[in-house]
Design a protein around this ligand. Structure first.
Ligand code: AMP
Length: 218
């Protein structure tokens, strides 16, 4: 096949979506599009979209669709060609977004929607210890910090706790995941696009499972 896969990666906060989406993107040579990263970058840059998004994000609420769609449209306008494949991380999160995505992909449908499945106890533990590079988004854990002084191994940026990884915001994000995002798992199941991948255990093993799932759809 001459093109990369078109992949949606679903999963709770802390399931490992960001890390695994980046690895999949590298493996298949496709763009990794994380709406969370786009929103955090817009917030850090203080753009109009970013300022609007930040207050929602810090409370663990979903950012309004016009902002999320606006950032995705900017990204597509900057040159990502959907037909050549992509891995979407953190989008769609609601049924409106899932329907809008299908519409936007007209003629170039998704190959696979993956539910990266991890129990809630595990994600709570992961998020409590999660630290991220505020520059490039690389993820660490207090039990596995960067080599030097909370400085990112990848880019030298500062490694910090995310503003929305507080207990209250995390509980709200998990609640919204159940309410808004779990229904779209069913939506993809009915469309025959869903694969459930076990997200527990060693990251390399999880990655192999993901590649097997994606390859089975190509
Ligand atoms: P994430 O990095 O995927 O955990 O996203 C961090 C935060 O960004 C979420 O808690 C939301 O506030 C916001 N966000 C990310 N993606 C979306 C989306 N598709 N729709 C609405 N809000 C989003």
């Amino acid at each position: 096949m001459g093109r990369g896969p078109r992949v949606v990666l679903l999963g709770k906060q802390g399931a490992g979506k960001g890390t695994q989406a980046a690895r999949l993107a590298e493996h298949y040579g496709i763009p990794h599009v994380s709406t969370g990263e786009l929103l955090r970058a817009a917030a850090a840059a203080g753009t109009e979209f970013g300022k609007k998004a930040e207050e929602y994000m810090n409370r663990g609420e979903l950012v309004p669709d016009d902002v999320v769609f606006g950032l995705l449209a900017e990204r597509v306008a900057a040159g990502d060609r959907v037909e050549n494949g992509f891995v979407l991380d953190g989008f769609p999160r609601t049924d409106t977004q899932a329907i809008e995505l299908d519409r936007a992909l007209e003629g170039h449908p998704l190959d696979i929607a993956i539910n990266l499945d991890v129990p809630t106890e595990t994600v709570l533990d992961r998020i409590a210890g999660r630290r991220v590079c505020e520059n490039c988004g690389a993820t660490y854990h207090v039990s596995l910090p960067p080599k030097k002084d909370w400085t990112c191994d990848e880019c030298g940026g500062k490694v910090v706790q995310r503003a929305d990884d507080t207990e209250d915001a995390v509980m709200r994000r998990l609640e919204l995941y159940e309410q808004e995002t779990v229904p779209i798992i069913d939506y993809y199941r009915k469309l025959g696009k869903l694969e459930v991948v076990d997200g527990e255990g060693d990251g390399d093993d999880v990655f192999k499972r993901l590649v097997t799932a994606v390859d089975s759809r190509l």
